[in-house]
Structure formats: structure tokens, C-alpha cells
Design a binder for this molecule. Structure first.
Ligand code: T5A
Length: 216
């Protein structure tokens, strides 16, 4: 790799397949002999997992949008310091299941706190570190809900916000990614194998080193 580490992020609405593809990508990287650190947000650290529990699994708790934003960023500050920077310093691929786009879209746009405010506060939390590439998995909320239902998953506090909120999230991701040269929208319809093949094609084109000459 010509630079130290590679920071990749999978993004998208609820149940679009981020976890599935993070796992498949990590397996691919390992098969290529590339070291990878994989983690989810909010989470990835003890503090982050504790914040995740509060944010997602206590529907009885009143959490104002401003508190939600600041808790996401409190988790992110620890995530960057304890997980992202060390992985990149070791020269690894840092593969994150959600990062700053989630805050821009869910809190900035979805909760109406404003994109500029979300970006400013996020920059404080991250110290300005940015992904090399954000892969946005694009699937209409109805398709993602069907997948979650067939997997027998119950909605968490944010998933339970309803259709209008999830539709805003879906649209928000597309708008953000279309204006960002370091983001790409990947069609998440189809089988996991089809979607994974699309993601790998993107990586081969974007990063000839180390992926250009790979197969599979
Ligand atoms: N949040 C997070 C914010 O509001 N602000 C922030 O700053 C951050 C960081 C996190 C929540 O926090 C919010 C966003 C979220 O609401 P989460 O559980 O990490 O919550 O995120 P979810 O998107 O809810 O995660 P899920 O696990 O539900 O969805 P994934 O990871 O996108 O999807 P995945 O891979 O688990 O797949 C869902 C189901 O579909 C199947 C899988 O097997 C699984 O059963 N599947 C497919 N089925 C058919 N075809 C395919 N191609 C499939 N791909 C996967």
C-alpha cells in the first residue's frame, strides 16, 4: 500500500447489508494477506458499546436530538482514538460499519439539526480524520425492512422512527454521496454475492494498489 493504512466505511440505511458486506470484505482482505480491523459504530470501544446500549435499546428513555448527536460523537471520539488511528498507524485496512455519514444523515438531516452543525461537531470529535472511501449501500427502506423482517429482527429505538424518517435517511445518503468524490453509491438490490461483487469492483478501480490485480 502506498500510504499508511486504508480507511473504508460502509454506510446506508437500516438493514441494507452493511454488516453482511463488512464480514465478506474482511474475509476477502484476509485471503489477500491484508491485515484488517473491522468495527461498528456506535461501538467498537467499551465506551462506544455502552453509549450504543443507551442510544438503541432504551426506548423508554427520552433522548433529545441534541443529546443523540452528542452521544454519537462522544462514542466516535473514542472510536477514532482507540480503534481507527491505531489501525491506520499499523498500516492496516480499517473497515468501519458506519462513521460520520451516519451522523450527517441521521442527526443532521433526519433529526433536522443541520448538516453544517453536524459536520462541525463531527470534525471536533474526529480531529479531522476522514475515510478514504465511503461505500453507500443503496436500498429503498421498504426492501431493507423486508430483509430485517425475514431475519426476525425487532426494531431498535432509531429504526422505530417510522417510514417518513427512513425515507429522509435514504434520500440524504444519496444527496451527500453524489457531492463527495470520496463516496460511491452501490446498488444493494440482489443477492449478497451480487452486491459484494459490485463493491469489490469499485475497490479494484479506486485502489489499484492493493486490489487492482485481484480476483473473486
Ligand atoms: N446512527 C449511527 C446514528 O443515528 N448516527 C450515527 O452517527 C451512527 C454511527 C445503528 C443505529 O444508529 C444510528 C443508525 C442506526 O439506526 P446498527 O444496528 O449498527 O444501528 O445499524 P443497522 O443499519 O440498523 O444495522 P443492521 O444490522 O440492522 O443492518 P445492516 O448491517 O445494514 O444489514 P445486515 O447485513 O445485518 O443485513 C440485514 C439482514 O438482511 C440480510 C442479512 O442476512 C440480514 O438478515 N441480507 C440480505 N438478504 C437478502 N439479500 C441481500 N443482498 C442481503 N444482504 C443482507
Amino acid at each position: 500500500m502506498s500510504r499508511t493504512g486504508l480507511f473504508l466505511v460502509l454506510e446506508g440505511g437500516e438493514g441494507v447489508g452493511k454488516t453482511t458486506h463488512a464480514l465478506l470484505l474482511a474475509q476477502w482482505f484476509a485471503s489477500l494477506g491484508l491485515a484488517v480491523t473491522r468495527a461498528r459504530e456506535p461501538g467498537g470501544t467499551r465506551l462506544g458499546e455502552a453509549i450504543r446500549e443507551v442510544l438503541l435499546h432504551h426506548r423508554e428513555m427520552e433522548i433529545p436530538p441534541e443529546s443523540e448527536l452528542l452521544l454519537m460523537l462522544a462514542a466516535r471520539a473514542a472510536f477514532v482514538r482507540e480503534v481507527v488511528r491505531p489501525a491506520l498507524a499499523r498500516g492496516e485496512i480499517m473497515l468501519a460499519d458506519r462513521f460520520e455519514y451516519s451522523t450527517f444523515v441521521y442527526q443532521g438531516l433526519g433529526r433536522g439539526l443541520g448538516l453544517d452543525r453536524a459536520r462541525d461537531l463531527n470534525a471536533f470529535a474526529t480531529g479531522g480524520i476522514r475515510p478514504d472511501l465511503v461505500v453507500v449501500l443503496d436500498l429503498p427502506p421498504s426492501g431493507a425492512a423486508a430483509r430485517r423482517r425475514s431475519a426476525g429482527r425487532a426494531d431498535d429505538r432509531i429504526e422505530g422512527e417510522g417510514e417518513a424518517f427512513l425515507t429522509r435517511i435514504h434520500a440524504g445518503y444519496r444527496v451527500l454521496a453524489e457531492g463527495d468524490p470520496d463516496a460511491v453509491v452501490v446498488d444493494a438490490e440482489g443477492t449478497p454475492e451480487e452486491v459484494q461483487a459490485r463493491i469489490r469492483s469499485v475497490l479494484r478501480v479506486r485502489f489499484p494498489e492493493p486490489f487492482g490485480s485481484t480476483e473473486g
